[in-house]
Write a protein that binds this ligand. Structure first.
Ligand SMILES: [Mg+2]
Length: 118
């Protein structure tokens, strides 16, 4: 599935990267998912977030939320329920800078429910 991650609140708190992002992206990619970042602040902002998170090699693209992306959005991960309601996906607890945060692993579990994989 094409899985689109929101940036602010989902993967970053201000400039602080959410823990486990790289580890979770590796797992999702290994399960066959294509990972994208998108942001209402634009594709460039999403790309800078990818650098900060050190996941550039694990994602297929960075896009703005303000224009339709060039691929189908199959699943979204967002701290705001609005996009999740439109596209389907997982509403994640907003990241508050906690260095012990493990919430991104819930995305792996949620996607397993959808795809029926183990
Ligand atoms: Mg957000």
């Amino acid at each position: 599935m094409n899985v689109f991650f929101d940036v602010q609140g989902t993967l970053l708190d201000g400039g602080i990267p959410r823990p486990q992002a790289r580890e979770v992206f590796i797992r999702l990619a290994a399960s066959g998912h294509d990972i994208y970042l998108w942001s209402s602040a634009g594709a460039g902002y999403a790309a800078s977030a990818a650098e900060l998170l050190v996941v550039q090699d694990l994602i297929l693209g960075c896009h703005s939320k303000l224009a339709p992306p060039p691929v189908t959005v199959d699943y979204t991960v967002d701290d705001s329920p609005c996009l999740v309601e439109s596209y389907g996906g997982y509403t994640i607890a907003p990241f508050d800078g906690d260095p012990e945060d493990q919430e991104l692993w819930r995305v792996v579990e949620a996607l397993k429910q959808v795809t029926g994989s183990t």
